[in-house]
Design a protein around this ligand. Structure first.
Ligand code: GLC
Ligand code: GLC
Length: 809
C-alpha cells in the first residue's frame, strides 16, 4: 500500500495518509541549527550537537509514538485538532504533508477550516521558522483559538532525562511581548538561550507545562486548549515550555497567518545581562527581525530552495526509470547530505545522545556528498584525520561540538584507519586538490604532533600491516566494519559493552574483510604515491597489497566463497565448516571490489554463492544460516534474534558492495536487479511491509529468518546512502571521477537503449549521452568529445564551461 506519492517536479514526497506505518520524517537545517520533523509535526530541534545543545525535548519510546514536536492546536467551538493529526488525533477532513528539501508543509482541514503549517530552517541562521495560515472555508464567520507549543529541553539531553532532582529546580524563562525566552543555566556557565517567538500580538501565553497541559494532562487534550486560553504563567523550575495563544476571528474565505520562530542565540560573555537577572535580548531581536514578515519568510524559503537546486543540479540523470531519476536527482543525494550533517547522531532511531560522529561512518558518508560540497568535504577529512592516533589507529567516534576523539569507546576497530584512505582518494578524484595531502593535521588533536595528511594515510596503511595475524591477514581488533562481530571481547554479563569488554584486541582473530579493504585502498594509496612521484614508496605499498591478495586466496578462501574471519582460537568464521554463519556478505563484496579473484575465477564463484545462499526478494542477507543462539566467541552478532540487524538481517549498507562486484564482473542485468531490491523508491507500493520512508534508505530490512521479513528499520542515518549513490552513479551509470578526468564505463541492463547525464566535474558541465544500440551490459566502443572520437577512455579535465560527451557501448 502507498501512503503518498513522489512529486518529482517540486522535489517533494507528498503524504496523504497521516497514519503512516512509522513516523516519516524530514530534516530541516543544513548549517548549525537542525530540526527533525515528522509528517505529523513531531520532532525536535538542536544547535550543532543533539546531545549537548538540545533545544526541545523528545521521548523516543513513548506511547503514543511521536508526541513531542512543533504542534499547533486549533480550538473551533468544542473541537480541538491539529493540522498534522497528532497529538489530539482528531480525525481530519483532509490532510497532506509535503516533505521537501530542507522544508515541510503540513496542511489539515477540519470543519471547513484549513490550517497550513510551513516549516524550514533558513540558510545561515540559527532559527526554525513555522508559518501557520488559517483559512475559513465556510460561509459563516469563525471564532478560532490557535495555540503553539514547544517543550524546552534543558540543553544537555542526557542530563535532561536523568538528573531530575536538580533540573526540576533550574528552569527559568522571561517573556517579552510575543517572545518567550528559555534561559535555564544562563545565570551560570551558559551564554546561550532559546527564544520562541510569534510575529503577531498574542492573546495569552504559558511557560509552565503544568499550567498549559495540567499536571496529569496530556498532549492530546491540554488544559489551556480545552479552556480556550492560556494563563500567562512564568515557569519556575519544573518543565519550562513555550505556548502562544491567539484568538482569531475569520470571515468567510478569510485567512490569517502568523510566523512562529524558535531560535538559538549566543551572547558575548561580558554582555549577558542588561540588568540583574535580565538577559540581553539584543541579538535575539536582530535575528527575529530578519524573519518577522511574510515577505522575509518567503524570501528565506526561496533562497533555501535555490540552495538545494544549485546543489543538486551538478548531477542530473535522465533514464527510462523514474525511480532511478528521482533517487539520483533528489532523494539519494539529499540523504547523503543529511548523513553529512548528522553522521549517526540524531534520527528517529538515534537518540542524539548515544553516538557522535563515527570515524568509518563519516569517511564513507563522504563518498556520497563529496561532489556536492567539496570544500566542506575537505574540512571533514581534516577533522576526522585530526582524531587519528599516532600509531595510525583511530578513535571509533568523535563529538561534533568538540571535534575530539571519544575516549569512552576508544579505538581498536581495525577497519577504521583504512577508511581515511578511501575518503581522501574519493576527494582527490573529485576535486584534483592534491594539496590537501600537504595540509598539516594533528594526531589525537595534539597540535605538537601535526604532520601532513599524506603521513596520516601512510600510518593508516601501516596500521594494518603492523597488526597482522597468524595467516598474515589483518587482526580484527574489537570489530571491523561489522561492529557486531566481536571476536576478542567475550562479553558475558548484561550491561557489558559487546565491543570494549575483555582483552579486546587479541593477537589471533583475523578479518578477511579488512584484508579486502587493504587491497582495495592499498591500490588507491599506491596510485596516490605514484602520482606524487614517490614510486619507491608506491612499490612497497604494491608489494604489501599483492602479498595480502595472496594471503586472501590462500587462507581467506573457503572453496566457494571468501571466508569471513578467524576467531580468537584460530577457528574459521563464515565457512562451510560452520553450522551457522557459513557465508557472510562483507568479504564477498569487499574482496571483489578490490579485484581479488576476478581473473582467477574465485570472484564469480563467490557471487554465485551469494545468489544461492544470501539473496532474497528484499535484498541480500548479511550471513546465512542465522545464529540461533548467543555465542561468546562471536559477540553481539549472535545476540540478535535471527533475521535482525547483523544476524542475517538485510543490511542495506553492504548490498551495494555486491552490486559493485557484479558491475566489476560486467553483469549489468544482475547489478540493476539487486540494486532495485533495497532501493526505497521501488518499495513504495509495499510501504505497509517496509514501514520506513519510501524516499530514503534504512539501515536494515528484516531478513528471511525474521517473522517480519521485509520490514525496514533505522531509516536515514546509514552508510547505505553514500554507497548506493556511488554504486548507482559510478558502478551502474558508470560516471567515475578519476585523478585526471572523468571515466565513463557503464554497466547496465541490456534492455537500456540510452540515457543522459549532466555531471558537473571540476567546474565543467559534462552533458553525457550513453547509447547502447547492441544491447550490451558493459564495454565502451567509442567515446566522442564534442563530436570527436577520443583515444583514451578518460575524458580529460578542461577549462571549458561545458562539453558534450557521447558514449557508444
Ligand atoms: C542533593 C544531593 C546531596 C546534597 C544535597 C545538598 O540532595 O544528592 O548529596 O547533600 O543535594 O546539596
Ligand atoms: C552501523 C554502524 C556502522 C557499522 C554497521 C555494521 O550502521 O553505524 O559503523 O559498520 O552498523 O555493524
Amino acid at each position: 500500500m502507498k501512503y503518498g506519492h513522489f512529486d518529482d517536479k517540486n522535489r517533494e514526497y507528498v503524504i496523504n495518509h497521516y497514519e503512516t506505518p512509522l513516523p516519516w520524517i524530514n530534516y530541516l537545517g543544513s548549517d548549525s541549527f537542525f530540526a527533525l520533523l515528522s509528517n505529523t509535526a513531531g520532532g525536535y530541534a538542536f544547535y550543532k550537537d543533539a546531545k549537548l545543545r538540545r533545544l526541545t525535548r523528545y521521548r523516543y519510546n513513548n506511547l503514543p509514538l511521536d508526541q513531542d514536536g512543533f504542534h499547533i492546536y486549533i480550538k473551533d467551538k468544542n473541537t480541538i485538532w491539529n493540522p498534522g493529526w497528532q497529538p489530539t488525533r482528531t480525525k481530519l477532513d483532509h490532510y497532506e504533508c509535503r516533505h521537501g528539501l530542507g522544508y515541510s508543509v503540513i496542511t489539515g482541514s477540519k470543519n471547513k477550516v484549513e490550517a497550513r503549517q510551513e516549516l524550514y530552517v533558513p540558510k545561515n541562521d540559527n532559527i526554525l521558522l513555522m508559518r501557520v495560515t488559517l483559512t475559513n472555508k465556510d460561509q459563516k464567520e469563525k471564532e478560532l483559538d490557535l495555540f503553539s507549543f514547544v517543550e524546552f529541553c534543558l540543553w544537555d539531553a542526557q542530563d535532561d532525562t536523568t538528573n531530575f532532582q536538580r533540573n526540576y529546580s533550574t528552569g527559568e524563562v522571561e517573556v517579552e511581548g510575543s517572545a518567550i525566552y528559555h534561559k535555564t543555566e544562563f545565570r551560570e556557565r551558559r551564554n546561550h538561550y532559546a527564544v520562541f517567538f510569534a510575529n503577531r500580538e498574542i492573546s495569552s501565553f504559558d511557560t509552565s507545562r503544568d499550567q498549559f497541559m495540567g499536571v496529569y494532562g496530556s498532549p492530546a487534550s491540554p488544559n489551556a486548549v480545552l479552556k480556550g486560553k492560556c494563563s500567562d504563567t512564568i515557569a519556575h523550575g519544573w518543565q519550562p515550555i513555550g505556548a502562544h495563544h491567539i484568538h482569531v476571528s475569520l470571515k468567510a474565505d478569510e485567512s490569517y497567518d502568523v510566523i512562529f520562530a524558535l531560535a538559538y542565540v549566543e551572547v558575548p560573555e561580558n554582555q549577558k545581562f542588561i540588568a540583574p537577572g535580565i538577559i540581553n535580548k539584543k541579538p535575539a531581536h536582530e535575528l527575529l527581525k530578519k524573519y518577522d514578515t511574510d515577505r522575509k519568510f518567503d524570501k528565506g524559503l526561496r533562497d533555501l530552495k535555490k540552495f538545494w537546486n544549485d546543489l543538486l543540479s551538478g548531477f542530473e540523470v535522465r533514464t527510462a526509470s523514474e525511480e532511478v531519476n528521482r533517487m539520483v536527482n533528489i532523494w539519494n543525494a539529499y540523504q547523503c547530505m543529511v548523513t553529512f550533517n548528522m553522521s549517526r547522531s540524531a534520527s528517529y532511531y538515534e537518540s542524539g545522545i548515544g553516538r557522535g560522529m563515527g570515524f568509518r561512518d563519516s569517511c564513507q558518508d563522504l563518498l556520497g556528498f563529496v561532489h556536492m560540497i567539496p570544500e566542506r568535504a575537505r574540512e571533514r577529512i581534516l577533522d576526522i584525520a585530526a582524531t587519528q592516533k599516532p600509531d595510525g589507529g583511530a578513535y571509533h567516534q568523535y563529538q561534533p561540538l568538540t571535534k575530539k576523539g571519544n575516549s569512552d569507546i576508544g579505538g581498536g576497530f581495525n577497519d577504521d584507519p583504512l577508511w581515511l584512505i578511501a575518503c581522501t582518494d574519493a576527494y582527490i578524484r573529485e576535486t584534483g586538490d592534491w594539496d590537501i595531502l600537504k595540509e598539516k593535521v594533528d594526531f589525537d588533536n595534539d597540535p605538537k604532533s601535526a604532520k601532513p595528511l599524506l603521513e596520516h594515510l601512510n600510518r593508516s596503511f601501516n596500521y594494518t600491516l603492523n597488526n597482522l595475524g597468524p595467516h598474515k591477514l589483518p587482526l580484527i581488533g574489537r570489530a571491523d566494519w561489522n561492529d557486531c562481530l566481536n571476536l576478542n571481547c567475550f562479553s558475558r554479563y548484561p550491561g557489558e559493552s559487546f565491543q570494549i569488554t575483555g582483552p579486546s584486541e587479541g593477537p589471533v582473530a583475523e578479518s578477511v574483510f579488512i584484508a579486502g579493504m587493504f587491497v582495495k585502498y592499498g591500490k588507491a594509496y599506491a596510485n596516490i604515491l605514484n602520482h606524487l612521484g614517490k614510486s619507491k614508496e608506491a612499490k612497497k605499498v604494491t608489494k604489501a597489497f599483492t602479498d595480502m591478495e595472496k594471503a586472501i586466496l590462500k587462507d581467506g578462501w573457503d572453496g566457494k566463497w571468501f571466508l569471513r574471519a578467524y576467531d580468537a582460537f584460530g577457528k574459521k568464521v563464515g565457512s562451510k565448516y560452520n553450522d551457522e554463519g557459513k557465508i557472510f556478505i562483507e568479504p564477498q563484496g569487499m574482496c571483489i571490489m578490490a579485484g581479488v579473484g576476478v581473473k582467477t575465477g574465485e570472484a564469480q564463484k563467490a557471487l554465485d554463492s551469494v545468489a544461492e545462499r544470501l539473496e532474497t526478494k528484499y535484498g541480500i542477507v548479511l550471513q546465512n544460516p542465522a545464529y540461533s543462539t548467543y555465542k561468546l566467541n562471536l559477540g553481539e552478532i549472535s545476540s540478535y534474534p535471527p533475521g535482525y540487524k547483523e544476524n542475517a538481517g538485510i543490511f542495506c549498507h553492504n548490498n551495494p558492495w555486491i552490486v559493485f562486484a557484479e558491475t566489476i564482473m560486467g553483469h549489468g542485468n544482475r547489478a540493476f536487479s539487486l540494486y532495485k531490491k533495497t532501493c526505497p523508491a521501488f518499495l513504495e507500493e509495499i510501504s505497509e511491509i517496509h514501514r520506513t520512508e519510501p524516499y530514503v534508505y534504512c539501515q536494515m530490512v528484516a531478513g528471511k529468518d525474521a517473522p517480519t521479513f521485509g520490514e525496514g528499520k533505522n531509516s536515514w542515518l546509514t552508510g547505505t546512502a553514500a554507497w548506493t549513490f556511488t554504486v548507482l552513479t559510478q558502478g551502474i551509470l558508470g560516471i567515475q571521477p578519476d585523478y585526471d578526468g572523468l571515466r565513463i564505463d557503464p554497466c547496465i541492463p541490456d534492455h537500456v537503449k540510452e540515457y543522459k547525464v549532466n555531471r558537473l566535474f571540476r567546474g565543467t558541465m559534462y552533458h553525457i549521452t550513453v547509447k547502447n544500440p547492441d544491447g550490451s551490459e558493459k564495454g565502451v566502443k567509442k567515446v566522442l568529445l564534442n563530436g570527436k572520437e577520443l583515444k583514451s577512455d578518460i575524458i580529460p579535465v578542461t577549462d571549458k564551461k561545458e562539453v558534450n560527451v557521447e558514449i557508444i557501448m
